[in-house]
Design a protein around this ligand. Structure first.
Ligand code: PAF
Length: 281
C-alpha cells in the first residue's frame, strides 16, 4: 500500500493509473476508521481496479463551537486497517497544502443542504462540498463511495457532482450498525458507558416508526411523533430534528410515506455528543 502526502504526487499517480486503463474508486474519510468505513472500502474494491482512501479531518466543515480539536485521530491504526482491507493508496494531505494561507474558494450547494443538518450546522455542507470537490480534483476517481448513514451528505454530493459535471459516479453503501443497533460513527468514541447505552434508543425509535408504518400507518406526522416520543423518553437524549424528506431532493414529505423514497432522518444530542441516524421507508 502506498501512502501519498503531496497533492502533485497524488495527481500524477492518478493520471498514470488512468493511462494504464485502471478504474479508480475513492473513499474519502476523516479517519478514526470503523467497520462502516471498511464496508465502503469493500464496495470500492468490488467496483474498480484501484482503491484510494483519503484521511483528512476537514476543518472547513466544523462550526466555531464544534469538535474539530477533539475529533478522534489515529493515523497509524487507520493506515494498518487500510492495508489489511486491501486499499491500494492512502492520500494523507496536510491542512497546509489543502488550505494554504489566503485560501478563498468554496463550493456551496444551495438547496438540498438547507434542511436537516443544514439548519443546525449552517456551514457544514459548504465545507464538505469544498473538500470533496478538491479531493475529486486531486484523486480523479471514476467512482466515489459514501455511507448511507450520512444520507443528506450523499445526496448533496450527488447534486454537486451533477451540477458541476464531475466525471465521478457516486455509490452509497448501507449503514453499518453495532450489535445493539447503534449506527457506527467515529463520534461514538466520545460516549461513556451510560451514554453509549442510551444512544441505542435512537435506532430503537426509528424501528418503532418503521413498525408503525409496516403495521399500515402511512402518515408521516404520526411516524415522526412516534420516533420523537421514544427518543424523548430518555432524559439524556435531546432531539435536534426528526424529519421525513424525499431521499433525492431532501424536500419534506408532507402526508403519506412514498414507499422506497421517504427518508426518516434524525439528529440527537446524547448529552454533548451529536449523533445522526436514518432509515428509508
Ligand atoms: O463523511 C465524512 O467523513 C466527511 O464528511 C467527508 C466526506 C470525508 C468530507 O470531509
Amino acid at each position: 500500500m502506498q501512502v501519498i502526502k503531496s497533492i502533485n504526487e497524488m495527481q500524477a499517480q492518478s493520471v498514470s493509473l488512468r493511462h494504464q486503463g485502471k478504474l479508480i474508486s475513492f473513499v474519502p474519510t476523516m479517519g478514526y476508521l470503523h467497520e462502516g468505513h471498511l464496508s465502503l472500502f469493500e464496495v470500492a474494491k468490488e467496483e474498480s481496479d484501484i482503491t484510494i482512501a483519503s484521511i483528512f479531518v476537514n476543518p472547513t466543515q466544523f462550526g466555531p463551537n464544534e469538535d474539530l480539536d477533539q475529533y478522534p485521530r489515529s493515523v497509524e491504526r487507520d493506515l494498518k486497517l487500510c492495508e489489511e482491507r486491501g486499499v491500494d493508496i492512502v492520500f494523507l494531505p496536510s491542512e497546509k497544502e489543502l488550505y494554504p494561507e489566503g485560501y478563498s474558494t468554496y463550493v456551496c450547494e444551495e438547496t438540498l443542504s438547507q434542511p436537516l443538518c443544514g439548519v443546525s450546522r449552517p456551514n457544514f455542507f459548504k465545507g464538505v462540498c469544498t473538500v470533496v470537490a478538491k479531493l475529486f480534483n486531486v484523486v480523479r476517481p471514476d467512482i466515489a463511495v459514501f455511507g448511507q448513514k450520512d444520507a443528506q451528505q450523499a445526496s448533496v454530493i450527488r447534486k454537486m457532482v451533477n451540477d458541476l459535471h464531475f466525471p465521478v459516479e457516486i455509490r452509497v453503501a448501507p449503514i453499518v450498525r453495532e450489535e445493539d443497533g447503534l449506527a457506527m460513527s467515529s463520534r461514538n468514541a466520545y460516549l461513556n458507558e451510560f451514554q453509549r447505552k442510551d444512544a441505542t434508543r435512537i435506532y430503537q425509535a426509528l424501528q418503532k416508526g418503521k413498525a408503525l408504518y409496516e403495521g399500515g400507518n402511512k402518515n408521516v406526522d404520526r411516524i415522526i411523533a412516534e420516533v420523537i416520543h421514544h427518543i424523548s423518553e430518555c432524559r439524556r437524549l435531546r432531539v435536534i430534528y426528526v424529519n421525513a424528506v424525499d431521499i433525492d431532493t431532501m424536500k419534506p414529505v408532507s402526508r403519506e410515506v412514498d414507499p422506497g423514497r421517504t427518508l426518516i432522518a434524525c439528529a440527537v444530542w446524547c448529552d454533548e455528543v451529536r449523533l445522526i441516524d436514518n432509515m428509508i421507508l
